[in-house]
Design a protein around this ligand. Structure first.
Ligand SMILES: Cc1cc2nc3c(=O)[nH]c(=O)nc-3n(C[C@H](O)[C@H](O)[C@H](O)COP(=O)(O)OP(=O)(O)OC[C@H]3O[C@@H](n4cnc5c(N)ncnc54)[C@H](O)[C@@H]3O)c2cc1C
Length: 477
C-alpha cells in the first residue's frame, strides 16, 4: 500500500495526506458511536485532484483485488448514521472535501449559485444573503456540515415544509465517478428531460456511487419578514389540525412547523436552566411555527394573529406567543434546537428518525408509545421533530434510575424492531432524513422491498463494480 500512498502524496501534496497523529476528527463519528482506523486522510484541493485520487485507488484495487482498499467521502463529518467514518480495517481512505470550499458563482437572474462540495452550509446561506437572496436549507449542524454531505444524505432540516429537501434545492451536479472520470452535470436548468436523472441518483447515495465535487443550487427571494410563534396544543391531533390551518392561512409563508413533546422540553428546561422554555408545563405538546412574509413584518404579524385566533377558537391551540423581535424568534428556535443536546446530557438514548404520513402521526405515536410501555414499563419517550413533513425524532430513553448504557445493551435491538415494525405498519420510512449509513444498513435490508433492494444493488454494481465507494453503507453487494 506504500506505493498507493506515495502516489496520493504526489497528487495532492505531502501536506494533505495524513497517516499519523491524532486523526480523531476524521475517524470518529459525531455521536462517538464508532471510531475507525483510516489508511490515510486525503484532502484534495480541486475536482481534478479528486478524480486522480479515485483513479489511483481504482487502479490499485484492480491490480490488488484482495487489498481491501476503498474510499469514504467525507464533508463535515456530522452524519448521524455513521456514514462518513472509516471502519477499523486500516484500509479505507477518508477523502475529505474540506479544502474544496469555493463559491464558483452566483447568478442572481437565474436564482442559482454554483458551489464546491466542501462549502460549509452556513457560509452558503450568508453568501446568498449578501446577494439579497435566500438559500433555504437550514439544520442545527449548519456551522459544520458541508453542501456535499447535505447532498450525499439528501438532508432535510427545518424549512422542508416550504422548500423541500436538499434534492429539491439542487439543479445540477459535478461528480467524480468510481472510475475517476468527471461527470460535468452542473446546470442551472429548471427543465431538462433528456433521459435518466443522474443528479437524483447521486443525491442521497451517501458516497456509495461517486463523489460530488460541486453543485448548482436554487436560490429564492429573501422574505421581508420572518416571524415565529410558539403554541401549546392539547394533543398531536390538535397539532395536525393546526398544521392544516397554517397551510390554509399562511400559504407559502409557512416555512417551519416543529412539534415538541413535553418530556423533550422538560429536558431542555432541566439541562439549560438559562433558557426560558415557554408554555410547556401545562401542555403535552408545543408547536413552533415560522411565517416568512414577502410583504412586511406588520403583514406577517396580522396573518399570524388571525391564524392563532382561529386556532384558539377551534380549541386546537390552548395558548400561544408570537415573537416580537428577531432575537426572540432566534431564542425560540434555540430552545427547539437544544433538545438533542439536552437529551444527550440526560444520557445515552436510542434514536429514531422516522417519517409517516402526517395524517397518521397521532395514531402512530399513540400505538408505539403503548407498545413500548407494555414491553419496557417506565421507558421515557423523547418526541420532537419536523411535524410539517411527517418526520419525528422518536427517541427512547431508559426509565428513571436505570443505567443508560445497560439499557441500550439489553434493549436496543428489541426497541428498534418494535419501533420500525410500527413505522412500517403506518406506511412510514425508518430513515426520514439522516440516511442509512452503516447504522441502518441491516434494518434497510429487512424493511425495504426486495424489488427496490435488487434495483439498488444493480445500480451500485453498474456504477461501482469494484465496490470502491463507501462499501457497507446503504446497501450491501
Ligand atoms: C446537531 C445536528 C443536527 C442535525 N440536524 C439534521 C437535520 O435537521 N436534518 C438532517 O437531514 N440532518 C441533520 N443532521 C445530520 C447531518 O448534519 C446531515 O446528514 C448532513 O447533511 C451531513 O453533512 P456533512 O457535510 O457533515 O456530511 P458527512 O457527515 O461528512 O457525510 C455524510 C454522508 O455523505 C457522504 N458524503 C459527504 N460528502 C460527500 C460528497 N462530497 N460526495 C458524496 N458523498 C458525500 C459521506 O460519505 C456520508 O455517507 C444533524 C446532525 C447534527 C450533528
Amino acid at each position: 500500500m506504500q506505493t498507493l500512498l506515495d502516489e496520493l502524496r504526489h497528487i495532492v501534496g505531502n501536506a494533505h495526506v495524513f497517516t499519523d497523529g491524532d486523526l480523531t476528527a476524521w475517524e470518529q463519528d459525531w455521536r462517538k458511536r464508532s471510531h475507525g482506523k483510516a489508511l490515510a486522510v486525503v484532502r484534495p484541493a480541486c475536482t481534478e485532484e479528486v478524480a486522480r485520487v479515485v483513479k489511483a485507488c481504482a487502479d490499485y484495487v484492480s491490480a490488488n483485488p484482495a487489498s481491501g482498499v476503498s474510499i469514504v467521502p467525507q464533508g463535515g463529518n456530522t452524519s448521524l448514521a455513521v456514514g462518513s467514518t472509516p471502519d477499523d480495517s486500516g484500509r479505507q481512505i477518508v477523502l475529505s472535501l474540506q479544502r474544496m470550499n469555493t463559491v464558483r458563482g452566483v447568478d442572481a437572474d437565474n436564482l442559482t449559485m454554483t458551489v464546491e462540495a466542501g462549502c460549509i452550509l452556513q457560509n452558503l446561506q450568508e453568501r446568498a444573503e449578501e446577494a439579497n437572496l435566500l438559500f433555504p436549507l437550514s439544520l442545527a449542524a449548519e456551522g459544520t456540515c458541508t453542501i456535499g454531505g447535505n447532498l450525499g444524505t439528501n438532508a432535510g432540516g427545518t424549512q422542508v415544509v416550504r422548500y423541500g429537501n436538499t434534492r429539491d434545492l439542487c439543479l445540477g451536479l459535478e461528480v467524480v465517478t468510481a472510475q475517476g472520470e468527471v461527470w460535468h452535470g452542473l446546470s442551472g436548468l429548471r427543465k431538462d428531460n433528456t433521459g435518466y436523472d443522474l443528479r437524483d441518483l447521486f443525491i442521497g447515495s451517501e458516497g456509495t456511487l461517486g463523489i460530488i465535487t460541486a453543485a448548482t443550487l436554487k436560490l429564492y427571494p429573501l422574505p421581508a419578514a420572518r416571524l415565529t410563534a410558539w403554541a401549546a396544543v392539547p394533543s398531536l391531533e390538535a397539532a395536525v389540525t393546526l398544521l392544516g390551518l397554517a397551510h390554509r392561512h399562511l400559504g407559502a409563508g409557512l416555512t417551519g412547523f416543529e412539534a415538541m413533546g413535553q418530556f423533550a422540553l422538560s429536558l431542555v428546561a432541566k439541562h439549560f436552566a438559562q433558557l426560558r422554555v415557554p408554555l410547556h408545563l401545562d401542555a403535552p405538546f408545543c408547536v413552533l411555527l415560522e411565517n416568512s412574509d414577502h410583504e412586511s413584518e406588520l403583514h406577517a404579524h396580522t396573518q399570524f394573529e388571525r391564524l392563532l385566533e382561529i386556532a384558539l377558537d377551534q380549541g386546537c391551540v390552548t395558548d400561544a406567543v408570537v415573537s416580537e423581535t428577531l432575537a426572540q424568534a432566534k431564542q425560540l428556535w434555540h430552545v427547539r434546537e437544544s433538545i438533542p443536546l439536552a437529551q444527550a446530557l440526560e444520557g445515552l438514548n436510542i434514536k429514531h428518525d422516522i417519517s409517516v404520513p402526517v395524517s397518521n402521526i397521532p395514531d402512530f405515536v399513540r400505538a408505539t408509545d403503548a407498545l413500548l410501555q407494555q414491553a419496557l414499563p417506565g421507558v421515557r419517550l423523547v418526541n420532537f421533530g419536523h411535524l410539517g413533513d411527517g418526520n419525528l425524532h422518536y427517541n427512547v430513553q431508559a426509565p428513571e434510575g436505570v443505567d443508560a448504557a445497560d439499557f441500550l445493551r439489553d434493549h436496543e435491538a428489541r426497541v428498534n424492531t418494535l419501533v420500525f415494525d410500527s413505522v412500517q405498519a403506518f406506511g412510514g420510512s425508518i430513515s426520514a432524513e439522516h440516511g442509512v449509513g452503516s447504522l441502518k444498513v441491516d434494518h434497510l435490508a429487512h424493511y425495504k422491498s426486495p424489488v427496490a433492494l435488487g434495483l439498488m444493488r444493480a445500480i451500485k454494481q453498474a456504477l461501482d463494480p469494484r465496490n470502491l465507494m463507501n462499501p457497507g453503507r446503504v446497501v450491501r453487494v
